[in-house]
Write a new protein. Structure first.
Length: 366
C-alpha cells in the first residue's frame, strides 16, 4: 500500500497539563470513564478531578483487571454503553491504556490517553497488544481510530518509577535499528523514508539526552532532557510505526527478546531490558561494530543488561542458549525481517559474542 498513516488527533505535552485537562477534554464530551489501576488513578487524581469538575465534566473511575484481555476490554466497553459515557480516558502504563483503547473501539467512544510513565508509545498508537488471563501473548489488533487526545504531564512522568523510564529508552532507541533493517529490502516510498528519518532523530535525541534524563527523573525533576526523552519515547516512537507502517517494523532485537523469555531467569526483567540485549545481538548479527560500541555505552549508562549475567542467566547452559536461539528464529519471528538469512547457529554465536564483548567492556571501564 502506498500511503498509510495513523496518528492521534492531538498530542499535548507540558508540565502540569492535567490542571487544564478539562478544558482540552470538554469539546469532546461531558461524561468520562477514567480507566487505570489503583496507582495510576491515584497519581493523576488531584489534578485531573479538579480540572474535570471545573469544566463540568461528569466522571467516575474504573479499575481495570490488570491484564489486556479481550474479555476485560469488552467488560469496560459494556460499562461505557450501559452508563452512557461519551469518553474513555486510559490512564497509566501500556496495559491500562491498551485496555481502554480496545474498550473505546468496541463501544465506539472517543479515547483520551494519559500516560503516567514513559515506557513505550502505547498512548500514541491505534493498537492494543492482547494477552490471555495468564499473561501469555495473544495478538495485537490495529483499530480504526487513534486516540483523539493524548495528554502528557511531564511532572507526573518525572515522578514515575525510574526502571520503566530507562527500559522505555532502550525500547525506543531500538526502533531505529529495527526499522532500518526491516525497511532495507523494501521499496522505500516517501512515508518509509520519512519514518526512517524520524527513527534516526528519535535515536539521536536519546543518545543526546537519555542519560541526563534518567538522572533527572531519578531526582524527580521534569527537565528539558526529560521532556525531550518523553517526546521520543511516546510521540516520535509512535510516529515510526504510524508513518513507516509495515516497512518499519521490529526485527532481530524483539525476536531475541521473545527468545529470552523461554528462560525463567529473565522473567523478572522488563520488556525494554530484554530488548536492550536483543538490540546488541542484532547489531552483532549485522556486523555493525561502531554502532555496537556506541549502543553498549548508552545501555550501560542507563543500567540496561548487556551481559547474560546481568540478564539473570549467569552460567547458562549452552543447550538453554540454543533454545533461546531456536525461539528467536521460529518462522513467525520478526528476525526474518533482517535483509539476510539468519540461522539458529548465527543467533547462538551472536548471543555469546555479545556477552563476551560486554564483559570485556565492563572490565575495561572499571
Ligand atoms: N499499544 C502499543 O502500541 C504498545 C506498545 C508497546 C507496548 N505495549 C504494551 O504495553 C504493556 C507494557 O506497558 P508498560 O511497560 O507501560 O507497563 P504496565 O502497563 O505493564 O505497568 C506499569 C506499571 O507502572 C505503574 N505506574 C504507572 N505509572 C506510575 C507512576 N506515575 N507512579 C508509580 N507507578 C506507576 C503501574 O501501576 C503499573 O504497575 C504491554 O502489555 C505491552 O504489550 C503496547
Ligand atoms: Zn518493544
Amino acid at each position: 500500500m502506498h500511503l498509510v498513516m495513523g496518528s492521534p488527533n492531538r498530542y499535548m505535552q507540558e508540565k502540569n497539563i492535567l490542571l487544564d485537562a478539562g478544558r482540552h477534554i470538554s469539546p469532546l464530551g461531558n461524561k468520562a470513564l477514567l480507566v487505570g489501576d489503583d496507582t495510576t488513578l491515584e497519581v493523576v487524581r488531584e489534578k485531573l478531578h479538579k480540572s474535570l469538575k471545573e469544566s463540568e465534566i461528569k466522571f467516575r473511575e474504573e479499575v481495570f483487571g490488570g491484564e489486556v484481555t479481550k474479555m476485560e476490554a469488552q467488560r469496560i466497553a459494556d460499562l461505557l454503553k450501559k452508563e452512557n459515557f461519551d469518553l474513555i480516558v486510559g490512564i497509566g502504563g501500556g496495559k491500562a491504556i491498551d485496555t481502554a483503547k480496545a474498550a473505546a473501539a468496541y463501544a465506539d467512544r472517543k479515547l483520551i490517553t494519559i500516560p503516567t510513565i514513559a515506557s513505550n508509545c502505547a498512548a500514541w498508537t491505534p493498537l492494543s497488544v492482547f494477552y490471555d488471563e495468564n499473561g501469555t501473548f495473544d495478538e495485537y489488533i490495529i483499530f480504526q481510530y487513534s486516540p483523539t487526545l493524548v495528554l502528557v504531564d511531564t511532572v507526573i512522568i518525572a515522578e514515575s518509577p525510574i526502571d520503566y523510564f530507562k527500559a522505555g529508552i532502550a525500547d525506543t532507541v531500538v526502533k531505529f535499528y529495527e526499522a532500518r533493517a526491516s525497511a532495507s529490502n523494501k521499496e522505500k516510498n516517501s512515508p518509509t523514508r520519512t519514518a526512517l528519518k524520524i527513527a534516526e532523530e528519535c535515536k539521536d535525541i536519546l543518545f543526546e539526552f537519555g542519560v541526563r534524563a534518567a538522572e533527572d527523573l531519578e531526582a524527580r525533576k521534569a527537565t528539558k532532557a526529560v521532556e525531550k526523552t518523553v517526546d521520543s519515547i511516546i510521540a516520535l516512537g509512535g510516529m515510526v510505526g504510524g508513518i513507516g507502517s509495515d516497512n518499519c517494523r521490529i526485527a532481530a532485537a524483539h525476536a531475541v527478546h521473545n527468545g529470552l523469555t523461554v528462560l525463567p531467569g529473565t522473567h523478572d526483567f522488563l520488556h525494554g531490558e530484554k530488548v536492550a540485549f536483543g538490540n546488541l545481538v542484532q547489531l552483532e548479527l549485522e556486523n555493525r561494530s561502531t554502532e555496537f560500541d556506541e549502543l553498549i555505552f548508552l545501555l550501560n549508562k542507563i543500567d540496561q543488561p548487556i551481559t547474560l549475567a546481568q540478564l539473570g542467566i549467569d552460567n547458562v547452559k549452552e543447550s538453554d542458549l540454543a533454545k533461546v536461539a531456536a525461539k528467536s528464529c521460529s518462522p513467525e519471528e520478526s528476525i526474518h525481517n533482517l535483509p539476510f538469512k539468519v540461522t539458529e547457529a548465527d543467533v547462538l554465536k551472536a548471543i555469546k559474542n555479545v556477552d563476551l564483548k560486554a564483559r570485556k567492556y565492563l572490565s575495561q571501564i572499571k
